[in-house]
Design a protein around this ligand. Structure first.
Ligand code: SF4
Length: 428
């Protein structure tokens, strides 16, 4: 039996897609082996969010060819969409597929040469149509499954290449999403994570993200439904009320802010102002008790003065945000911000990143402290050296000492302590 190894770079949506591709390969007779093991076919699902991401993809391709010169390497996804020519230059690549056709990879595997003139499947325009995915993902854990509901983005923020790499916003057929969710529940997954590029813009035959959420939340057997990153302007009061009203929907929102200064937000071509963002976060924290809110912060955007950076710090410090993802701005050819000036010195970007990450740590600690001596429900995922760990619905990582197998079980835990990244507690 032919073997296939898969590797994902980038976001949760890429992971979801790799899982679907793995299942399709398995259905076509491939045995899926771990990345790093010898395989007849190696699939690398790439990311192009920054130039460093491109470099990481090239490294992964070269590493794979060095380890296993006889493997056929298929490079698919965002980097393949944006730079076919760079990939053609890497000796040994057999197949390059852009974003439009990557899920159909099994249609292109016949008659591939090992590293001779790669077959290229690429369309520069990506369709706007609704889509159906007639497979469910192959997951190596039986705990949490990513469910792709949407792709592409029409917002076109000035620093972001994703709208170009993934094309216009389009949504998965409503019934198709419900079908996959039912199958995932039947397979024993306790948690389903809704993924896409801009999931709050979901729209299919007159049904929006709120309608989808309500239909999914009542599926029999579903324990947890988690919303992945969602754009601030799409987090409506209606959506917050729905989250508050269904116990299956996790009390967790990741809402990217990027900057706490309206001038910078405008240059970023973000769709929200800081006032609107504050209002959304305050409404969510008031109406969903215990909610864990996360955000993305982009430091060192062109023209971000020390004052503008201080605005972001102050703005976030005042808000009930528990989790920060901090990124340094980096220039990306093809984006509008590439041409914006003045650029911020790399050392200064690092300094701002450091300061912001530190502030994020403190805010996370503040959120964690509020859970000491409280009872929480934890979905346990894995065991390491006698410690079982997992997540609460509001995205607190918790570990406990326990004998026996807790994998994929939800148990109530009393929180008794805090370490850097996680809470510790006792099984009740
Ligand atoms: S909302 Fe902005 S940052 Fe997010 S994917 Fe769309 S263009 Fe990129």
């Amino acid at each position: 039996m032919s073997k296939a190894a898969l590797h994902t770079l980038g976001c949760r949506l890429n992971q979801a897609e790799t899982e679907i591709i793995a299942k399709r390969l398995q259905n076509s007779g491939y045995h899926i082996v771990e990345w790093g093991q010898a395989a007849d076919l190696t699939v690398i699902n790439t990311c192009t969010v920054t130039e460093q991401a491109d470099a990481k993809c090239r490294q992964a391709i070269r590493l794979s060819l060095r380890r296993n010169p006889a493997t056929k390497v298929a490079v698919i996804g965002c980097y393949a969409q944006m730079d076919v020519e760079a990939l053609r230059k890497i000796d040994g690549v057999s197949l390059i597929i852009g974003n439009e056709h990557k899920l159909q990879i099994t249609d292109f595997l016949d008659n591939l040469d090992v590293g001779q003139n790669p077959v290229v499947v690429h369309t520069s325009k990506i369709s706007r149509d609704e889509f159906i995915i007639d497979a469910i993902g192959l997951y190596d854990t039986q705990t949490r499954a990513n469910l792709k509901i949407q792709d592409g983005c029409n917002f076109v923020c000035s620093f972001c290449i994703i709208a170009a790499a993934r094309g216009p916003a389009r949504s998965r057929n409503f019934e198709d999403v419900l079908d996959e969710a039912r199958q995932l529940i039947a397979l024993g997954f306790r948690e389903i994570v809704l993924t896409g590029v801009n999931i709050g813009t979901y729209a299919n035959n007159g049904r929006d993200f709120a309608a989808l959420l309500k239909s999914l939340a009542i599926l029999p057997g579903l324990h947890r439904l988690r919303i992945s990153s969602i754009e601030p302007t799409t987090v409506t009061h209606e959506l917050i009320d729905i989250i508050a009203g269904f116990p299956t929907i996790c009390r967790h929102l990741h809402i990217p802010l990027q900057s706490g200064n309206d001038g910078i937000l405008e240059k970023m071509r973000r769709k929200h102002t800081i006032r609107e963002f504050r209002e959304t976060v305050e409404y969510a924290s008031l109406n969903i008790p215990g909610i864990g809110i996360g955000t993305d912060v982009l430091v060192g955007f062109p023209g971000e003065s020390e004052e503008a950076f201080a605005d972001t710090r102050k703005f976030l410090a005042d808000l009930p945000i528990a989790f920060y993802h901090v990124f340094c701005y980096s220039d990306r050819k093809g984006t509008a911000s590439y041409k914006l000036k003045p650029k911020i010195d790399p050392q200064e970007k690092k300094r701002r990143n450091h300061i912001m990450t530190d502030q994020g740590r403190r805010q996370k600690r503040r959120f964690q402290l509020g859970w000491l001596e409280q009872k929480v429900d934890v979905l346990f995922e894995q065991e390491e050296q006698g410690w079982w760990n997992g997540f609460t619905d509001n995205y607190l990582r918790v570990r406990i000492r326990a004998a026996g197998n807790l994998k994929n079980q939800i148990h109530t835990v009393k929180i008794t302590g805090i370490t850097d990244e996680e809470l510790s507690g006792e099984l009740l």
